[in-house]
Design a protein around this ligand. Structure first.
Ligand code: KIV
Ligand code: ZN
Length: 513
C-alpha cells in the first residue's frame, strides 16, 4: 500500500457552509490559488447545483488552478450531476463527488427512502457520471452511524459502477478514534474491489476528535483525508488541515505515511483565510495560533534557550511562520514590497499591486513600522472591494462628554452620491445608522468585533461584522488605522456581499447536507 496520504481540501465547500464563512468568487479563487501553492491533491470547489453563485465559483476555480483535481459536490440527482459536470468541464483534472445519506435515521426522517432506494440512487448516479468522466468519489453520508454490512454492500456496488474513491464520513462528529478506525478495517475487509479504490476519511469536530479520527482512519488503510484550513466547517468544523498534516509529518516514525503538502505555505494559508472570512484564529489554536510557539513559563524558556528541542516538537519556519515579522517601512520600494507579498503567499499577478502599494505607502505615513499582518490586511482590503454596489466615500464623526455621538456618511450607491447623518450610542453606532439610511438595508447585526492587527495605538484595526437579512448571513471586514472607519468599511463590505448574494438567486439547495 502506498505511503502517500492525499489531502482533499474542502474549505471552499464544507468550510464555506459554516455561518459567516461565505466567500465571494474572487476570494474563493485567492484561496484556491493558495491551496495550489500548498500542493493539496484535491480541491472541493463547491456544490455546483446549489446556486448559480456556487456554480460560477466552481467553474472559475476549475479554470484558475492546474495541478490539483477540482471537484464539485453532487447529490444523486440528474440535475446535480449535470450541473457538476458542466461546472468542472474546464478543469485540467476534473472530478465529481457524489453523496447520499446511508444511515437509517437519515433514510427515515430526511430522505424518506428505503435502503434499496438509496442503493439504487447511488449506483444510478455513479454510472451516470461515469459515462462522462473517470474521477468519481462516492460518499456514504452519516457513515459512522450506518449499519456496516449495508454500507459494505453499497460500497461494493458503487465500486462496480465506477467509483474510484470511497469516503465514509463522520458527518455528525459522533465517532471516537478506535471505532472509526475499526469501521474502515471492517468495510475494507468486506467490500469487493476494496483494494482497487482509495479510501477517504471526512470528519467533523463536534467532540473535538476530527484530527484524531482521521489519524485512526489512516492507521486502518485510509489514504485520503478531507479537511479545511483552520478547521472551519459545519458546526464545530471539519478536520483541520494544518493539524492533520503536521501530525503526520511530526509522527512519521509511528504513522509511516506522508503527505505532499508544502508545509511552509500553511501559515500564509491560515492568515489569508482568516482575513477573508473575518474570523480570527484563536491564540491557542494548534500549529497556527499566536501562542502555538510562545513559551511563557520560566522553565520552558530556559529549556528552549538551551535547546529548542526541549519544548518544541516542530519548527515554526516549517509552517511558514515568519521569523522576522518586522518587515517594511516608509523607505521600502515597490520591489521589496512585491517580494514580501510572494513570501507571504500572495500571488502578485493575482493582485492589483499598484493599488496595494499605494495603500501601503499611505499606511507607512501613519505607522512607523509595517508588519506582515498589516500587509495581508491591506491586500485583503483590496480583494474585498471588487464589483461593489455601495462605496464608502466620506465619514465624519464627532463625540464628547456633553454631546451625543453623531456621524455623517457619504456613499456612492449604484453611481449616485448620497449623504446621511445619524446619532447613536457611540460613534460606530451612529455611523452604522447613517449607513443603513443610505443603503436602505437594515439588517440584524449578529456579531461585531475589533482586533488590533499589530501592537501599538497606531496599529491597523481590523473589524469583522456578521449581518443577517432575509435569512442570509454574511460577514464583512474592514481594516484601517481608524477603527470607526474600519467599522464603516466592514459594514459596507457586508452590505455589498448581501447584494451579491441576492443577485445570485438561490436555488433549492443544500438540503441533505
Ligand atoms: O459531512 C459529510 O457527510 C459531508 C458529505 C457531503 C461528504 O460533508
Ligand atoms: Zn462534512
Amino acid at each position: 500500500m502506498t505511503d502517500h496520504v492525499r489531502i482533499f481540501d474542502t474549505t471552499l465547500r464544507d468550510g464555506e457552509q459554516s455561518p459567516g464563512c461565505t466567500m465571494n468568487v474572487d476570494e474563493k479563487i485567492a484561496i484556491a490559488r493558495q491551496l495550489e501553492r500548498l500542493n493539496v491533491d484535491i480541491i472541493e470547489a463547491g456544490f455546483a447545483a446549489s446556486s448559480p453563485g456556487d456554480f460560477e465559483a466552481v467553474r472559475r476555480v476549475a479554470e484558475a488552478v492546474t495541478s490539483p483535481t477540482v471537484l464539485s459536490l453532487s447529490r444523486t440527482r440528474d440535475e446535480d450531476v449535470d450541473a457538476a459536470l458542466r461546472a468542472i468541464d474546464q478543469a485540467k483534472n476534473p472530478g465529481i463527488h457524489i453523496f447520499i445519506a446511508t444511515s437509517d435515521i437519515h433514510l427515515k426522517y430526511k430522505l424518506n427512502m428505503t435502503r434499496e432506494d438509496v442503493l439504487n440512487a447511488a449506483t444510478w448516479a455513479v454510472s451516470r457520471a461515469k459515462k462522462h468522466l473517470d474521477y468519481i468519489e462516492f460518499s456514504c453520508e452519516d457513515a459512522s452511524r450506518t449499519d456496516w454490512d449495508y454500507m459494505a454492500m453499497i460500497c461494493s456496488e458503487v465500486i462496480q459502477a465506477g467509483a474510484r474513491i470511497i469516503n465514509l464520513p463522520d458527518t455528525t462528529g459522533h465517532a471516537i478514534p478506535e471505532e472509526y478506525g475499526r469501521m474502515f478495517a471492517y468495510i475494507r475487509e468486506k467490500v469487493e474491489g476494496a483494494d482497487k479504490v482509495i479510501w477517504s476519511a471526512h470528519c467533523h469536530n463536534d467532540l473535538g476528535l476530527g484530527v484524531a479520527n482521521s489519524l485512526a482512519a489512516i492507521m486502518n488503510g485510509v489514504r485520503q483525508v478531507e479537511c479545511t484550513i483552520n478547521g472551519i466547517g459545519e458546526r464545530a468544523g471539519n478536520t483541520s488541515m494544518e493539524e492533520v498534516v503536521m501530525a503526520i509529518k511530526t509522527r512519521r516514525d509511528l504513522m509511516n505515511v506522508k503527505t505532499g503538502i508544502e508545509t511552509r505555505q500553511i501559515y500564509p494559508a491560515s492568515r489569508l483565510l482568516s482575513q477573508i472570512i473575518g474570523q480570527p484564529v484563536p491564540p491557542n489554536k494548534p500549529i497556527v495560533g499566536d501562542n502555538a510557539f510562545a513559551h511563557e513559563a520560566g522553565i520552558h524558556q530556559d529549556g528552549v534557550l538551551k535547546n529548542k528541542l526541549t519544548y518544541e516538537i516542530m519548527k515554526p519556519e516549517d509552517i511558514g511562520i515568519p521569523s522576522n515579522k518586522l518587515v517594511l517601512g516608509k523607505h521600502s520600494g515597490r520591489h521589496a514590497f512585491i517580494n514580501r507579498l510572494s513570501e507571504l503567499g500572495v500571488d502578485p499577478k493575482a493582485t492589483d499591486v499598484e493599488k496595494a502599494f499605494a495603500a501601503f505607502k499611505v499606511l507607512c505615513d501613519k505607522k512607523k513600522i509595517v508588519y506582515d499582518d498589516d500587509i495581508l490586511a491591506l491586500i485583503n482590503e483590496e480583494t474585498r472591494r471588487t464589483g461593489d454596489c455601495f462605496e464608502l466615500l466620506d465619514l465624519k464623526v464627532g463625540s464628547s462628554v456633553r454631546e451625543t455621538p453623531h456621524a455623517e456618511v457619504t456613499m456612492r450607491v449604484m453611481g449616485e452620491e448620497r449623504t446621511a447623518d445619524a446619532t447613536g450610542d457611540g460613534m460606530v453606532d451612529a455611523c452604522y445608522k447613517a449607513i443603513y439610511r443610505i443603503s436602505g438595508i437594515n439588517p440584524a447585526l449578529e456579531r461585531y468585533s475589533v482586533k488590533a492587527i499589530t501592537g501599538g495605538t497606531d496599529a491597523l484595526g481590523e473589524v469583522s461584522c456578521l449581518v443577517r437579512e432575509n435569512g442570509m448571513t454574511v460577514a464583512g471586514q474592514g481594516a484601517h488605522s481608524d477603527i470607526v472607519m474600519a467599522s464603516a468599511m466592514a459594514l459596507v463590505n457586508a452590505l455589498n456581499r448581501l447584494k451579491a448574494r441576492e443577485n445570485a438567486v438561490a436555488a433549492p439547495a443544500s438540503e441533505g447536507l
